[in-house]
Design a protein around this ligand. Sequence first.
Ligand code: S3P
Length: 172
Amino acid sequence: HLQQTGPRPIILVGMMGAGKTTIGRQLARELKREFMDLDHELEARSGVRVSTIFEFEGEQGFRKRESAVLDICSRQTGIVLATGGGAILSEANRQIIKDRGIVVYLCATVDELYRRVARDRNRPLLQTADPRARIQELLQAREPLYEEVADVRFETGSAPVHHAVRHLLSLL
Ligand code: S3P
C-alpha cells in the first residue's frame, strides 16, 4: 500500500489537565504545523460532545470511536496531535502511537492536574464526589502506559506556556 512521506506526527499523551491541548496548539504554531486534537476531531465527526457519547454509549462506546479517530489522525504527517488522556489504555492504540509518532508525555502533579480541570463539565470521568482522588487513581494506573509510549517526558508546572513550549522545542 501507499506509504505517506513527511515528518512523523508529534503525538502528545498525558492526563486530563496535563496541557496537551494548550501546549500542543502553541507547539504547532512554533513549528508551523497543523494542530489536531483527538477529542475535538471525534466531536466534529460525530456531531456530539464527548460527555454525550459517554452518556449514551458508555466509556466502551467512546473508546471505540476514539480508537477509530486515532487511527485516522495519526496517519497524517507533519502535524501535532493531542490525544485524550485515556487513548493509551488500549494496547492497539499504544502500538499505533509508538509506531507513527514522536511521542511526548506531558506530566504534572495531581494538585496541578486537579487545579486545571476542577470546573470542567465535559470530562465525564471526573463527575464524581472526589475528582481529586479520581485523578490520583487514574494517574497511578496510567503512568506506566504513558511512560511506555513516550520518547520524551516533559513536566508541565506553573511556568508560562510559552516558556514550556520553548523548552520542549529544545528537546525535540
Ligand atoms: C479522558 C480524557 C479526555 C476525554 C475523555 C476521557 C480520559 O480528554 O478523552 O473525557 O480517559 O482521561 P483530555 O485528556 O483531553 O481531557
